[in-house]
Write a protein that binds this ligand. Structure first.
Ligand code: CA2
Length: 142
């Protein structure tokens, strides 16, 4: 099983500000965490991060024919991007949406998820563990 882990804008700033919402761990810590559990679970993986909507679309398209699934945290583009939704629909790979924070308990503008409409599952509010839960879900789903 080959998975793409795709992270959206500002997630590269993890650990630098808003530790009350996103924790104190850095983006490098997240990459290491993903690498560790993928090796443990026997998952091949790629990790990408982009601050650009088109960068996320490009990464989703590049997964087509190469990856078995996508674990995606589109960050703020979750709530705005029809382009990311369309890209996920276009490649038709099983995708799981992850959010570090409990978005359902936050502002009204975070209550819509376009990307989530093309995802088979969402994990929100579990911190970094959500990425592992998403990978395990895709592994079990096959
Ligand atoms: O909870 C999540 O994972 C989010 O996808 C994070 C996004 C936010 O826009 C979504 O609504 C929920 C924000 C990503 C990173 O934000 C930071 C802001 C300041 C410092 C560090 C990270």
């Amino acid at each position: 099983m080959k998975l793409l882990f795709l992270n959206g804008p500002n997630l590269n700033m993890l650990g630098i500000r808003e530790p009350d919402i996103y924790g104190r761990k850095t983006y490098a810590d997240l990459e290491a965490f993903i690498g560790d559990f993928c090796r443990e679970l026997g998952i091949e993986y790629e990790i990408r991060q982009s601050n650009y909507e088109g960068g996320l679309v490009d990464a989703i398209q590049a997964a087509y024919g190469k990856m078995d699934g996508i674990v995606i945290n589109p960050a703020a583009y979750t709530h705005t991007s029809v382009a990311v939704l369309d890209a996920l629909k276009a490649v038709a790979l099983p995708a799981v949406e992850v959010h570090i924070s409990a978005v359902s308990e936050r502002e009204d503008f975070r209550q819509i998820s376009y990307a989530g409409m093309a995802c088979v599952k969402t994990y929100a509010g579990y911190g970094f563990d959500g990425y592992r839960m998403a990978a395990e879900y895709l592994l079990e789903r096959g």
